[in-house]
Structure formats: structure tokens, C-alpha cells
Design a protein around this ligand. Structure first.
Ligand code: UTP
Length: 299
């Protein structure tokens, strides 16, 4: 089956980021920096590599730094140009977004991820669309969303990025109930949001990359607030399972995912991305070796 091309992506960035307080009192979580680039830049680059042309941000109060980040910075660019710093100038230019490529909608109240995605319904229209959560940073040879778009072009339906987690961790994720396992892809017969360890239907957890049919927006339209007052994206996707729906597939992406919405995950990502940078790896690697040796000696 050939599917429609995915050219729109929704970035829900309206959350309060309470796990990073007090930093997030004035800095949006998505602007926090992994080595020298804000989290949002990693997500934008991944979306661009997957062929996304329209970038829709669902923001909230206090996120203006995020909007400014994508603007041109003429004074800075001129200063770098005069100083002959061409490499830095190129780095800076790669962060600019073309006029009209980026759109912002507001989520007035933090009513959950499902509600945030629903806020983008008019901009998405009647097309399949991607959703990227910038907290989930994925290191991989081929960007994760690109892997998914390629698989989606064959299957259609709805696709969620999935990874194996230990049973004790399943309660932090949406978990897939597997109907058929086809290797890199599984067909789901159910999805459960944050199940208890003993009730998890599999060890395949959903992480923050999705390709969704516009029907999911219709499902969100009808949805009531669940427990905790939030509207869950998982529930709206799960409605597409079964004979009436467009189908839901889990995609086992190739790569390493870091949960940069948590402090431990952010620190792990910082180490991994620091070590992968040619300009830093040697000095940083030696420093880490030293730290580990000192810790061992102290035990
Ligand atoms: P999180 O569950 O990480 O919530 O949201 P959060 O508010 O960002 O962070 P904590 O838990 O308080 O530390 C996952 C994604 O969903 C977005 C967030 O911005 C993040 O990208 N989100 C969440 C919204 O856009 N709106 C919401 O109402 C909730």
C-alpha cells in the first residue's frame, strides 16, 4: 500500500517541565542544551531529514525563548561575518527557519499530551502527520523519524516508535499489546498507558515519535479528560486498532534513545553526545576515565 507523504510535524512543547525546576522557571526545557545545541534543534534536524516541511509548535506561556531561537539574528550574523568566523556563521544559519515553515499554536492549560496535539488540528488538516517529543533524543546513524517514514510508506496506518524495556520500567510508558511480530515492526492489538509491571502486555514501550492518521485528531475531538485530568494521546491512537480503525504498528527503531525529560537521562545524553563529538571526545574521555578511576580508588 502506498501512503500519503508526511510533510507536517507537531512538536508539543507546552509542558511545564517540573522535573527541571528551578531551571524551567524561566528557561523552556526544550532550550536546555546538550553540548552546544538546544534539545529542540535535535528534533528539528531529525524532522528535516525525514522530509518534514511544515513545523507546528504547540507552546504555552513562558516559551518565548523558544520562538526567538528560530529567528534570524542579523547583528550576531554581521559580527561573525566581519570577524571572518565562517564556520560559526554557518552553524548559526542552520538554525534559521524559513518564513512560513514554522507555526505556533497555544495550549492554554497543560491538559496533557493528547490535548496538546489536538490544539494543532486546524494546522494539520486532513493529512497524516508526525509528532516528535523533543525530550526524547535519539542517537542513530539514520535519524529515527526517517526510518519510520520509510516503513510507514509501506504500511500506512499509524506508527509509534517502540523499544524494549525491563518489566519494572513499563509503568513509565505506553506499552503495546502485540498481535503479530514481524521483526522490525509489530502490529498492535492494544495499547496500555503506564500499566503496572505485572499487567504490562509486553515489554515493548512507546517513545516520543509518532506518525498518525488524521483520524487520531477526530478521536481526540471526542475525548474526555481521563484520570489525572489529562487527555491521553495513547487512548486516541488505541482507538485506531480493530476493524473500524486504520491500524497501529510499533516500529523497533535502530538507535539509542535518551530520556532528556529526566535528570539522569539528560546527564547520560550529555556524556554520550560529548564523547561522540570529534572536538571534545579526547579531552572529555580522559576526564571521565579519571573520574571513574578516582571513584574506584575511593571504594
Ligand atoms: P512530560 O510528561 O515530560 O511533561 O511531557 P512536562 O510538563 O514536559 O515535564 P514534567 O513531567 O513536568 O517534568 C511530554 C511532552 O508533552 C508535552 C511536553 O512539553 C513534552 O514535550 N506536553 C505535556 C504538552 O505539550 N502539554 C501538556 O499538557 C503536557
Amino acid at each position: 500500500m502506498k501512503s500519503r507523504k508526511v510533510t507536517k510535524a507537531v512538536f508539543p512543547v507546552a509542558g511545564m517541565g517540573t522535573r527541571f525546576l528551578p531551571a524551567t522557571k524561566s528557561i523552556p526545557k526544550e532550550i536546555m542544551t546538550l553540548v552546544d545545541r538546544p534539545l529542540i534543534q535535535y528534533a528539528i534536524d531529525e524532522a528535516r531529514a525525514a522530509g518534514i516541511k511544515e513545523f507546528i509548535f504547540v507552546t504555552s506561556r513562558g516559551k518565548s525563548a523558544l520562538e526567538d531561537y528560530f529567528d534570524h539574528a542579523p547583528e550576531l550574523e554581521n559580527t561573525l561575518k566581519r570577524a571572518g568566523k565562517t564556520e560559526l556563521l554557518e552553524t548559526l544559519k542552520s538554525t534559521n527557519m524559513d518564513s512560513g515553515a514554522i507555526a505556533y499554536v497555544r495550549q492554554n492549560r497543560p491538559m496533557g499530551l493528547g490535548h496538546a496535539v489536538w490544539c494543532a488540528r486546524r494546522l494539520v488538516g486532513n493529512e497524516p502527520f508526525a509528532v516528535l517529543l523533543p525530550d526524547d533524543v535519539i542517537a542513530s546513524e539514520k535519524p529515527c523519524l526517517q526510518q519510520m517514514v520509510e516503513a510507514y510508506e509501506e504500511t500506512g496506518g499509524n506508527m509509534v516508535a517502540a523499544m524494549e524495556v525491563p518489566p519494572a520500567k513499563a509503568s513509565s510508558y505506553g506499552v503495546l499489546d502485540i498481535d503479530e511480530d514481524m521483526g522490525s515492526m509489530v502490529r498492535a492489538k492494544g495499547m496500555v498507558e503506564k500499566p503496572k509491571a505485572e499487567e504490562a502486555p509486553s515489554n515493548l514501550a512507546v517513545i516520543g515519535r509518532y506518525i498518525l492518521s488524521p483520524k487520531v485528531m477526530n478521536n481526540l475531538n471526542k475525548m474526555k479528560q481521563g484520570a489525572g485530568g489529562e487527555i491521553q494521546l495513547t487512548d486516541a491512537i488505541a482507538e485506531e486498532i480493530g476493524s473500524e480503525g486504520t491500524g497501529v504498528y510499533g516500529f523497533r527503531f535502530r538507535g539509542q534513545r535518551y530520556d532528556c525529560g529526566s535528570k539522569a537521562g539528560f546527564l547520560q545524553a550529555t556524556v554520550a553526545f560529548g564523547l561522540s563529538r570529534p572536538d571534545l571526545s579526547e579531552e572529555f574521555g580522559l576526564y571521565l576515565d579519571d573520574v571513574v578511576a578516582q571513584q574506584k580508588a575511593a571504594q
